[in-house]
Design a binder for this molecule. Structure first.
Ligand code: C2E
Ligand code: CA
Ligand code: CA
Ligand code: CA
Length: 279
């Protein structure tokens, strides 16, 4: 009826404006948060399947909002992208990650590989390669320890500029991986075209391993394809021993997930490293 349609419209409008004002508030807060240093990196271990040794970590950003508490990245990264603040924020993440690698090296901790997520707009930034190069020079870390996680959609636009950037990173010694593999509009052709070293199979395919036969087939086939292209495979979001056993059977080289460890603050991660890494 008309009345219902009207109510429906009003509800919709209210949700819209609530969402929009939350969005504006977050956006305004973001600028201040960057200035005031309200961000922190958490670290989630990457585990080698064959012996379950920790060989790396992924840096994941956290925002400690003075009133709202911890805001998850899924909520503010899109806002930062939209407003362009992802550029200073993304640069902060890369610098912080490299400084941390340097600190761990100085502390004599075993060398681990650290990966950083790039966002779409950040990847399109024309001077991204120079920014990363500068951070490597400033921190003096071994570029082989730094990995950049890209998504399929980043690789789909502007193929020429993309290939040049990826080759520049490779020449610097940085490792490149594709995050959330299988969820984007992927063309498998880019695996041949781009200098990529690793694929991270998205958690949505891992969740129902052993339950949904289609997921088993997809994961198995992805690993087989990656092996024949000489790409390393990392499974994301491994939560159960059953999933782990299947992934080991399928010869997936590395895993990340709550079965082993959640993302941890730096202090906790250092304690974890002292206990769980042997190289
Ligand atoms: P992502 O890169 O796919 O990161 C993996 C996400 O899965 C992380 O969420 C991690 O905490 C979560 N996770 C790991 N293991 C498990 C598991 O076993 N079960 C479940 N349910 N979840 C697991 P988080 O930290 O909330 O990050 C969400 C997304 O935000 C990331 O997804 C990434 O796309 C983005 N993000 C995080 N940090 C950054 C950053 O520094 N820069 C950019 N551009 N994006 C970031
Ligand atoms: Ca990632
Ligand atoms: Ca991912
Ligand atoms: Ca994701």
């Amino acid at each position: 009826s008309k009345a219902n349609a009207h109510n429906g419209y009003r509800v919709y409008q209210e949700q819209m404006s609530e969402g929009f004002s939350a969005y504006l508030t977050l956006g305004g807060g973001l600028r201040k948060a960057i200035e005031e240093g309200q961000f922190e990196l958490y670290y989630q271990p990457k585990i080698r399947s064959s012996d379950e040794v920790t060989v790396g970590a992924e840096a994941l950003i956290r925002w400690h909002h003075p009133e709202k508490g911890m805001i998850p990245p899924d909520q503010f990264i899109p806002v930062a992208e939209e407003s362009g603040l992802i550029l200073p924020l993304g640069e902060w993440v890369i610098r912080k990650a490299c400084e941390q690698l340097k600190t761990w090296q100085d502390q004599g901790l075993p060398p681990i590989n650290l990966s950083v997520n790039l966002s779409g707009r950040q990847f399109l930034q024309p001077d991204l390669v120079e920014v990363v190069q500068q951070i490597l020079l400033e921190t003096g870390i071994d570029p082989n320890l730094l990995e950049l996680e890209l998504t399929e959609s980043m690789l789909m636009s502007d193929a020429h500029g993309t290939i040049k950037k990826l080759h520049d990173f490779r020449e610097m010694g940085i490792t490149l991986s594709i995050d959330d593999f299988g969820t984007g509009y992927s063309s498998l052709a880019y695996l041949k075209k781009f200098p990529i070293q690793a694929l991270k199979i998205d958690r949505s395919f891992i969740q129902d391993l052993g339950i949904d036969g289609d997921d088993d087939a997809i994961v198995k086939a992805t690993i087989a394809m990656a092996q024949s292209l000489n790409l390393k495979v990392i499974a994301e979001g491994v939560e159960s021993r059953q999933q782990m056993n299947l992934l080991t059977d399928y010869e997936c080289q590395e895993v990340q997930g709550y079965l082993f460890a959640k993302p941890m603050c730096c202090d906790d991660f250092e304690k974890y490293l002292e206990t769980f890494t042997q190289i």
